[in-house]
Design a protein around this ligand. Sequence first.
Ligand code: GDP
Length: 319
Amino acid sequence: MFIIHQIPRLHFLHIPSSLTTRKPIKLYLIASSILSGPNPVAIPVPISESGPASFSHFSTSSSQSPPEENIQLSLEKLFVPPETEVSPPENGIWSARILKGSNIVLSKYAGGGAEVVNAEFVKSSVKTEECPSDGLPEFALVGRSNVGKSSLLNSLVRRKRLALTSKKPGKTQCINHFRINDSWYLVDLPGYGYAAAPHELRTDWNKFTKDYFLNRPTLVSVFLLIDASIPAKKIDLEYASWLGQNQIPMTLIFTKCDKRKKKKNGGKRPEENVQDFQELIRGFFQTAPPWIMTSSVTNQGRDEILLHMSQLRNYWLKH
Ligand code: GDP
């Protein structure tokens, strides 16, 4: 295990040390109506004076949320985007606007172009150099085979079968580019850890995707998908640590959060698996990476991912 000392500028901003103590914080959870208008709806949520914030009492308009369970977050576990302040107003209470089911503070860059109006498959590439060269910003989806990557992609673009393109024979090991709103890309990368694949092939896929991560200047952030319905897997932890070590901006997308049934053999609920995963990767990062809980069955997290992408993208475009 290793500690990452250098952290990506875009994603892992230091919260000033004065903020990392457990100060009271007032959180505003942002409704998905931000997607359809310029003025976000901020909902103040009362929390305890001792610091951790509660994520209950909130629903978005377009997703059917599961029964709420509290996720306790203290200030040092929040992801604070660049140029975003979690600052004390006059009464001394810190305030932040946070996306539901995540640790992500919203910035002034959130909103513009967050809705998906159109989506089209553009091309499959077998090398980084073959990827589209029009300079549009992109987000790469990656995860273990069966994590729910195709389902999430379809849910994001509200199309039932768009991601089928990536599943066609010969395309599963490609970098598949989907253009969204003619202005940015969602990129579907090969799934990893497929047990039936011969070892040499698996190693090859690693090399192939790692080359893309390291040599794609328009890559705004990797979205690493983690199955929240099962305990953390070593290969996922290794992937997260590799991205951190190489300073590749990363957002953790926890999938299948609708699978709430506790298994008899000591299985845990999604919230518990999400918290466990955070604990396990803490040593890899100086500050918390952003994460969002999702389900492609209920569309939980869909609007939140799109808003998060919009703020990363709009910031990227301005810098
Ligand atoms: P991929 O191999 O990562 O592209 O995974 P798929 O999107 O094909 O999904 C793998 C399996 O998980 C399929 O049986 C999906 O129906 C199921 N699945 C995907 N997303 C979800 C989800 O959010 N909730 C539940 N309950 N099942 C899901």
